[in-house]
Design a protein around this ligand. Structure first.
Ligand code: PRP
Ligand code: ZN
Length: 286
């Protein structure tokens, strides 16, 4: 029983699906009865706890869970004695100040002596202080976006992802306070056995993340273009070159990362590459 890593993830909401997907892609077979508090994993010594995201930092600090997956915004707001051990590259969003669309926004001074409704009082008051703005903060835990409409506050500070929540509540985004994404947090002192298990899991997560950022690429090119093409797609070690039946031509296999993908494809074409195939990679271990 002791030799199990307990991972807390969100019970329901924006982060839940991405968290489960990441763990499944890392090879964990999770038997998830949707309404359960706990899920067992058959093939890895891990136990999954489904909790309210806002409570996860406290549970991790108290060692009820060893590790948690939360929004960076929640991690920062709660200020618990936890360590951010990995950025997870999903659930990207921003924490924003927003005001009614009918208001003319004059800059941060607009908020001077106004009232702001938010679930992130710590982050907001630090932001205001840093910018020399004095404003009232109304802490509310949900449906923050309705506060201006019912006269509870002049503006809000809340998470924006697609922006549709703001739009449907007649609000407009005026300042970005913080960018956020899903992160993995842990208690600073994990027992060595648990740490070893966690390292194994982190290794798998990295393989999944790398695979997402890279594609397998195959192309045909004249032999005299191989050197130039290799500078654009050097691969994990070096590209594989196979001779084509057609004299003077080769098939070149490599990996290409997602950054500047189309720019790289244009370069390859200009060097004479033809018949380019790009294929997803499931796992990538260097
Ligand atoms: C945030 C925020 C909005 C919504 C914004 O909630 O409170 O309700 O997401 O998304 P949109 O810009 O795509 O419309 P979150 O999922 O973080 O849940 P919680 O605050 O209830 O935990
Ligand atoms: Zn929440």
């Amino acid at each position: 029983m002791e030799n199990v890593v307990r991972i807390a993830i969100q019970k329901s909401g924006r982060l839940q699906e991405g968290s489960l997907q990441l763990l499944k892609e890392s090879g964990l077979s999770i038997s998830n009865g949707k309404d359960q508090l706990k899920a067992h994993v058959r093939n890895f010594p891990v136990e999954i706890l489904f909790l309210r995201d806002d409570d996860i930092p406290q549970y991790v600090e108290d060692k009820v869970a060893d590790v948690g997956i939360v929004g960076e915004n929640v991690f920062i707001e709660k200020g618990k004695k936890n360590t951010l051990i990995k950025r997870l590259d999903f659930a990207k969003c921003r924490l924003c100040l927003a005001i009614p669309r009918s208001e003319a926004y004059t800059g941060l001074q607009w908020f001077q002596n106004k009232n702001i409704a938010t679930s992130y009082p710590t982050i907001v008051s630090q932001f205001l202080k840093k910018n020399n703005i004095v404003a009232g903060i109304h802490e509310i835990s949900g449906s923050v976006e309705i506060a201006p409409g019912i006269g509870l506050a002049d503006g809000i500070c809340d998470i924006v992802s697609t922006g549709s929540t703001l739009l449907s509540n007649g609000l407009k985004e005026v300042e970005t306070v913080l960018y956020s994404e899903a992160v993995m947090i842990a208690t600073p002192e994990l027992a060595q056995e648990k740490q070893n298990l966690l390292n194994k899991l982190l290794f798998r997560i990295e393989a999944v993340q790398k695979a997402k950022n890279n594609k397998y690429i195959l192309l045909n090119c004249p032999n005299d273009a191989i050197e130039k093409i290799t500078t654009v797609i050097p691969g994990m070690n070096s590209p594989t070159i196979l001779p084509l039946k057609k004299e003077g031509w080769s098939s070149l296999h490599s990996v290409v990362d997602e950054n500047d993908f189309w720019q790289k494809i244009d370069q390859l074409k200009s060097f004479g590459a033809q018949g380019i195939l790009v294929i997803p990679i499931e796992k990538m271990i260097e």
